[in-house]
Design a protein around this ligand. Structure first.
Ligand code: MN
Length: 304
């Protein structure tokens, strides 16, 4: 076992209160599966932990997790102020509790200082947990590996995002073949092209995340499509302007990912109604390419 895994387990064994595993709000597939896999890992090393998610996963994420044998309904629960928390797939606690450890793949220049902090670039947080299991030498079942494969496809636009490494792509493809997973299904779910006939208010809110950078509060959503039109885009942006005002945020970062053209467009929506457009000539990762830059800029504004 590496020093790092040893330290993580040492920190958890020293917990004075109930250990609770949690993912970020509006849990996506990677958040659900990384929590499930972390709980399995800990149970195999004799550490008892419960999962608590305080907000509902969307229909697609729940459906995918259920298909992989993960009981999503059992994951909802309360986080109490005295719980010892393990944060998965995010690194700033959203509901109180005492953070003991965090395992995350959202890069930041402003790393939190928990007893155990592991923030790395990786295609999926679930894959980081699988590596911890390998490192600890615990038994790994085909179903555990399937969770990591699926999270990689779903969190990286079917292995296309810049945040996934060539090694992870190679592993995901090989493991999916070895485990006889339905690759066409993984591909389709990973691309998850939006249905543009849905109401713009609904399209506007996919993948919502809230970020707190010092005193600034930022919201972000995205749409995956190869068929965005000017009129749909205008209606989405109009909706986001009022959503930003209603929530009193400082910025709304809305992304349009076109996985077929391999391009992303970023719209920064400001409280004064201004919209700034940035184009990427590649499929940008929200965590790696977009939010790291937004965070840096806003942290500088905080200081200034
Ligand atoms: Mn993730």
């Amino acid at each position: 076992m590496s020093d790092r895994t040893d330290r993580l387990l040492g920190v958890l064994r020293g917990a004075k209160t109930r250990i609770v595993i949690t993912g970020h709000d509006a849990p996506d597939v990677d958040s659900l599966l990384s929590c499930a896999l972390m709980q399995r890992f800990l149970s195999r090393v004799g550490i008892d932990a419960r999962i608590a998610l305080m907000t509902q996963a969307d229909a697609q994420s729940s459906r995918i997790a259920q298909r992989l044998g993960v009981d999503v309904q059992a994951m909802y629960g309360e986080i109490k102020p005295d719980n010892s928390l393990i944060l998965l797939d995010h690194h700033r606690a959203q509901h109180g509790g005492q953070v003991l450890a965090c395992i995350d793949h959202h890069p930041t220049d402003f790393c939190p200082d928990y007893p155990h902090t592991q923030i790395e670039s990786a295609g999926a947080c679930t894959y980081m947990v699988l590596q911890l299991m390998r490192d600890a030498g615990v038994a790994i079942t085909p179903q555990d590996e399937a969770l990591a494969v699926c999270a990689l496809y779903l969190d990286t636009v079917a292995l296309r995002s810049t945040k996934i490494s060539p090694q992870e792509i190679a592993w995901a493809k090989a493991a999916s073949a070895r485990l006889h997973l339905d690759e066409a299904w993984l591909e389709r779910e990973g691309l998850s092209l939006a249905d543009l006939t849905l109401p713009p208010e609904e399209l506007a809110m996919t993948g919502i995340k809230e970020y707190v950078y010092g005193k600034k509060r930022v919201y972000s959503t995205y749409t995956q499509t190869d068929a965005m039109t000017q009129s749909v885009l205008e209606r989405i942006i109009a909706h986001l302007k009022s959503a930003l005002a209603a929530r009193g945020g400082d910025l709304w970062v809305y992304l349009v990912h076109d996985p077929r053209a391999m391009r992303t467009t970023q719209y920064d929506i400001l409280p004064d109604g201004g919209v700034k457009e940035t184009r990427y000539d590649f499929l940008a990762s929200r965590a790696k390419d977009v939010m790291t830059r937004v965070e840096k800029r806003l942290m500088e504004e905080n200081r200034g």
